[in-house]
Design a protein around this ligand. Sequence first.
Ligand code: BG6
Length: 360
Amino acid sequence: QLGKFPHFMLEEIYAQPAILAALAARSQQGLSPVSPALRSDLAHVTHVLLLACGSSFHSAQVASYWLESLGGVTVQVELTSEYRYRDSLPPPQTLVIAISQSGETADTLASLRHTQAQGLSASVAITNTPGSSITRLARHHLLTLAGLERAIFSTKTFTAQLLMLYQLALALGEARGRLGPERLALAKQEMARLPALVNATLQLAPQIREWAQQLAQRHSLFVIGRNMHYPVAMEGAFKLKEVAYLHAEGYPAGELKHGPITMVDSTLPVIACLPWNNHAEKALANLQEVRARNGEIFAFSDAALAPVERLHVIRVPGGLNDLSPIIYTVALQLFAYYCGVARGNNIDTPRNLAKSLSSD
Ligand code: BG6
């Protein structure tokens, strides 16, 4: 039953502050989602292999940055529709993290079985679905507790996956003796701030809708970001394809100049994720390259950037470091939603898409 929202997708986008608050509160209360048995597996891990497809693959990619920087391990991220057929050689002390909202995606289950056949026994499934096949296949599982996702597109389960993966990266860093109490306390503070900042991002919906109305009929878009915001850009572009049937390419900002810049002109807008962090200077230089070719930039940024010709800015909330990808994800979810609406699409029953693909 839809309440005050016209579509399940929008309802689920707006459910995110409460879901993230509940997940963050558990860690404030010292209730780590990580069981003692999982913690003891984490202590012996030197590599992590993340397996997923669709949106879950993008959450895996964001998490790879946390697992490297906080967990101090080598990280590999794989699309399961490919990985299951590969002759890969994962090192023995690899933790497999399989991510699936539904817990039933055939390729992800097959890839997890493939790693088990290769002798990797330490595995953890991250899913939103209690009792799903993936929970029975993996040695451990973590539930994202986002409630039933009724929209076809992952929104609330995507950000819940991110927060769960962040907590797992922290537990890994702690189990491996890399993170002390001060660093963990900082992370907890950041998690505590997150729900209000996501809420503040949702307040930007009218401005984001204006951009969508302006851009929804373009033939193509680039969505760019650097570092952790590169997979955020990929997820944003993925949502534009899924929801708005609009061609969009998620691209690392620094790679535009190695080819795709040829496509940039006044008709091809570039949506940018531009958090004011130590990658911002480089990202700004990339945006200058776009402007120099008459490209029009629509930047989400937490900096007070003065809009100049061909640079439009929506200021999103700042104040987060590790978890900043969640803010930009929510802004892009709204953008994709309003593009889909502007194109007259049936948001809750998109053409050609099913929720989980239990056979290939
Ligand atoms: C696809 C959906 O079929 O499956 C995507 O269209 C989804 O939206 C993907 O992200 C993966 O699903 P799951 O349940 O394994 O996370």
